[in-house]
Design a protein around this ligand. Structure first.
Ligand code: IMP
Ligand code: MG
Length: 183
């Protein structure tokens, strides 16, 4: 099935089919690595919501799910690393195997802060699965065990990712025309 592409999208970077194949591949790796354990998926709202939903269903390992919402001060297209919690976890994560589910690692500043925050709560382990990563944009080195796609530093939307809260519902990841965010 081919999705309708709005005119603000310059091109489709990762198709719905390619995302689905990658989600299955990542889930199979995680199933193998966590055999015999339970996983606590911590989804980072709102960007990770589509990925979290598909990834959780692709896993065979038993999971529970928590969500956290954070905001990073900065412009709408780049982050500063100064993070504020908008919604915290509902439960303690002590002694749990935490797998943080992220949409995209850009500078890595948000994730680096989040990992420090998670580790301070005494989990049994903490790892990260990110659908997308922009290696050229990295400002801090964070270890991400599972990465879907390495992409260029361009601003992308769709499959959970927004620009000004729009385009999260697109089933693919697409490049936003620069005119849209330069306007
Ligand atoms: P970082 O702190 O620079 O790594 O930023 C991470 C967060 O910025 C992500 O979780 C996204 O919410 C947002 N972000 C970074 N790049 C993009 C993008 O290309 N499109 C939409 N959101 C993005
Ligand atoms: Mg995000």
């Amino acid at each position: 099935m081919t999705a309708d592409v709005p005119e603000e999208i310059e091109s489709v970077l990762i198709s719905e089919q390619d995302i689905a194949a990658k989600v299955s591949e990542l889930a199979a790796r995680v199933d193998a690595d966590y055999a015999g354990r339970e996983i606590l998926l911590v989804g980072v709202l709102k960007g990770a919501v589509m990925f979290m939903a598909d990834f959780a269903r692709a896993l065979h390992t038993p999971v529970s799910m928590e969500f956290m919402a954070v905001t990073s001060y900065g412009s709408s297209t780049s982050s500063s690393g100064v993070v504020r919690i908008l919604k915290d976890l509902d439960r303690e994560i002590a002694d749990k195997h935490v797998l943080v589910v992220e949409d995209v690692i850009d500078s890595g500043l948000t994730l680096s802060w989040l990992l420090r925050n998670m580790r301070s709560r005494g989990p049994a382990s903490v790892e990260v699965v990110a659908l997308l990563r922009k290696p050229e944009a990295a400002k801090v080195n964070v270890h991400v065990r599972y990465v879907g796609f390495d992409i260029a530093s361009d601003f992308v939307v769709g499959y959970g990712l927004d620009y000004a809260e729009r385009y999260r519902d697109l089933p693919f990841v697409g490049l936003l025309r620069p005119e849209v965010y330069e306007a």
